[in-house]
Design a protein around this ligand. Structure first.
Ligand code: PBG
Length: 332
């Protein structure tokens, strides 16, 4: 790109001289439409738990969910992402609770779709909340078995669709699961149910607080490096996304977000498909714990979210969604 102009004829500060001018020429903005709120749910009644690892984030029993759903509706957040905290007694090697039509996710989907049909709901397809070892797939001879895992994942996806899930989001990183999930959805007449593939999910150190929130942290033996991507690489990301689009993915998730803006930008430029970013739990806690109102103001949250938009993301999954949607409403 050729740089045009020279000083003193050109003064870039003219474009920054007032707020209205800056607003007028701003290339990226954040609105409630860009936000997806993850919500943690748990069994039981009449409980809203705080989560030690994630200040300000809570876990809701089904009867208490409306408390936060009302706010989601009020502040016009288009979609929520549901994550279940499953009790230990329901966990096993193959994550069989994931296929129970009366599990926490299914009960919540039925309730939400009945009472809040205007809120989009996405669900993770992965076994980690349900397995006794905390992995996203089945452990056979100490290895995560790709093809046996897919057999369960596609049933999990179908069950979620039957319960009213709008957006199926496989976050397990098994090879070939998008094609199998698309096939089983189509065969059962769920042609309108979309697939958001976590095509680029890195084996990240930033998931720790989330694993505490869903109760898989203490369980996890070994890391997830045999299926999640190596953070030293980017070429693989192209291959992952290319394959998933061919298999039928409607949208692509990149995860984590902030330290992977290069990947968001590269994928967005190469593949003309909606790209979403996940500002994960570790990013959330870093910012949340860092804000002290004096030296680090909460405007830093907006700045972090706009950076995803600038990189090319059309929407962001963030634990700040409600807080920011409220703030945007105040400003406008
Ligand atoms: C598991 C899953 C993880 C997250 C979302 N789904 C963690 C993992 O892969 O271990 C992380 C989200 C976050 O850190 O906010 N399928």
């Amino acid at each position: 790109m050729k740089i045009i102009g020279s000083y003193p004829k050109t003064r870039l500060r003219r474009l920054r001289k007032s707020k209205w001018m800056r607003d007028l020429i701003s290339e990226n903005n954040i609105s409630h439409n860009d936000l997806i709120l993850p919500i943690f749910i748990k069994e039981g009644k009449n409980k809203i738990d705080t989560i030690k690892s994630m200040p300000g984030v809570k876990r809701y029993t089904l009867d208490k969910l409306p408390k936060i759903l009302k706010e989601v509706k009020k502040y016009k957040i288009p979609m929520i992402a549901l994550f279940p905290y499953i009790s230990n007694t329901r966990k096993d090697n193959s994550g069989s609770e994931s296929l129970n039509p009366n599990n926490l996710i299914c009960k919540s989907l039925r309730m939400i779709k009945k009472n809040y049909p205007e809120i989009g709901v996405m669900c993770d397809v992965a076994l980690d909340p349900y397995t006794s070892h905390g992995h996203d797939g089945i452990l056979i001879k100490n290895k995560i078995d790709n093809d046996q895992t897919i057999k369960i994942l596609k049933k999990q996806a179908l069950l979620q669709a039957e319960m009213g899930c709008d957006l199926i989001a496989p976050s397990d990183m098994m090879d070939g699961r998008i094609g199998e999930i698309r096939k089983i959805l189509d065969k059962n007449n769920f042609k309108e149910v979309s697939i958001l593939s976590y095509a680029v999910k890195y084996a990240s150190n930033f998931y720790g607080p989330f694993r505490d929130a869903v109760g898989s942290k203490g369980k996890l033996k070994q890391d997830k490096k045999t299926y999640q991507m190596d953070f030293r690489n980017s070429i693989e990301a192209f291959r992952e996304v290319g394959l998933d689009i061919k298999e039928g993915a409607d949208m692509i998730m990149i995860k984590p977000g902030a330290i992977y803006l290069d990947i968001i930008s590269k994928i967005k430029n190469k593949f003309k498909i909606p790209v979403l970013a996940y500002q994960v739990s570790g990013e959330y806690t870093l910012i949340k714990n860092g804000i002290d109102k004096k030296y680090l103001k909460d405007d830093a949250i907006i700045e972090s979210l706009i950076s995803f938009k600038r990189a090319g993301a059309c929407a962001i999954v963030t634990y700040f969604a409600l807080e920011i949607a409220k703030k945007i409403k105040q400003i406008n």
